[in-house]
Design a protein around this ligand. Structure first.
Ligand code: SF4
Length: 104
């Protein structure tokens, strides 16, 4: 990999206006969420698919959806239960957007 390619930041998903802002921030050494995302790599694969549970002190528990590892957490929660438990925690930030899109 060339040095230029290594230093090129991945601003995937940013629109043109945001891209301009992100480039300016980079020029001025201001950290963005893209920088923080890069610093977190590699992220936990279980967490990314919602199958890392930390609801109680017996965890964290990871459930393997591919059948090669544990299929239940210490408490007996399976993948569906763990994913469903995460839903209420994930909804509040996007709920206003859902209500706006649903025109409620
Ligand atoms: S899967 Fe069950 S035992 Fe494991 S952390 Fe979650 S609630 Fe606790």
């Amino acid at each position: 990999m060339t040095e230029e390619k290594k230093n090129k930041k991945n601003y995937e998903g940013a629109d043109q206006e945001s891209l301009q802002l992100l480039k300016k921030m980079d020029e001025h050494g201001i950290e963005s969420s893209y920088d923080r995302y890069d610093a977190q790599q590699p992220q936990c694969g279980y967490g990314k698919i919602g199958l890392c549970c930390r609801h109680c002190q017996m965890g964290p528990c990871n459930v393997d959806p591919f059948g090669r590892g544990p299929s239940k957490g210490v408490c007996g929660a399976d993948a569906n239960t763990i994913a469903a438990r995460h839903l209420p925690a994930m909804l509040p930030p996007v709920l206003p957007l859902i209500l706006i899109m649903a025109d409620l």
